[in-house]
Write a protein of this length. Structure first.
Length: 214
């Protein structure tokens, strides 16, 4: 999310989109809820349709976008290639964090139900538990329980880890350490993206531009 604010481009998080659908009780949300709560992956065709509709919106057409949590399977990656053709992804970032650190971070994570701002038990909002950004309620995600986290990590190993080879072969992959403070990781990512982007990759944003809601 911070990257999208920094570069003034849309942040497209499939997890956020699915949680919003669950909250507003749409047909997609009712179907997705049981997968989300159990930490299971939503079927590829559903996620691909959702992403196709999102990428069809005008705000993705001029300055690019950040995809977050997608693709998570090789089928999704192949589907994404089809959606972007004749264009293609500029860069894929593999944020490397040891499993025990991921477990610790997710178990202590707290999120704002309204704007999605992220906190932790060690870095809570100023007023417990009201979001510093929008005043919304800050809670533990349903799927941040120990059982669901373990399931998500196992799924990562089986379904998502093969994407490292997939994007490495396509010469799109950069591996970055996700260890350290949020600021340290963010600085590493900006350095990488700035080094990768050639002149003209992102035009400077028009003054007063806003990427819209995160
Ligand atoms: P996230 O917020 O990215 O951790 O995603 C939360 C949950 O949403 C995941 O555990 C899955 O149940 C579902 N989800 C998000 N993105 C995807 C995806 N690309 N493919 C399948 N399921 C997804």
């Amino acid at each position: 999310m911070r990257l999208s604010h920094h570069y003034v481009i849309p942040h497209i998080s499939t997890g956020d989109m699915l949680r919003a659908a669950v909250k507003s009780r749409t047909m997609l949300g009712r179907e997705a809820e049981r997968y989300l709560d159990a930490g299971e992956l939503i079927p590829d065709e559903i996620v691909l349709k959702m992403v196709a509709e999102r990428l069809d919106q005008d705000d993705t057409k001029s300055r690019g976008f950040v995809l977050d949590g997608f693709p998570r399977t090789v089928t999704q990656a192949a589907g994404l290639d089809g959606l972007l053709a004749p264009g293609e992804l500029d860069l894929v970032i593999d944020l490397e964090v040891p499993r025990e650190v991921v477990l610790e971070r997710l178990a202590s994570r707290r999120v704002c139900v309204d704007c999605g701002a992220i906190y932790s038990t060690t870095a809570p909002p100023r007023v417990p538990w009201n979001c510093d950004v929008c005043g919304g309620e800050v809670v533990q995600r349903e799927d941040d329980t120990e059982v669901a986290i373990k399931r998500r990590l196992d799924l990562y190993d089986h379904e998502t880890a093969p994407l490292v080879a997939w994007y490495s072969k396509a010469c799109k992959l950069a591996v970055v350490s996700g260890l350290g403070s949020p600021d340290e990781v963010f600085d590493r990512l900006v350095e990488l993206v700035d080094a990768k982007r050639g002149p003209g990759w992102f035009e400077p944003p028009p003054s007063g531009a806003d990427a819209g809601p995160p």
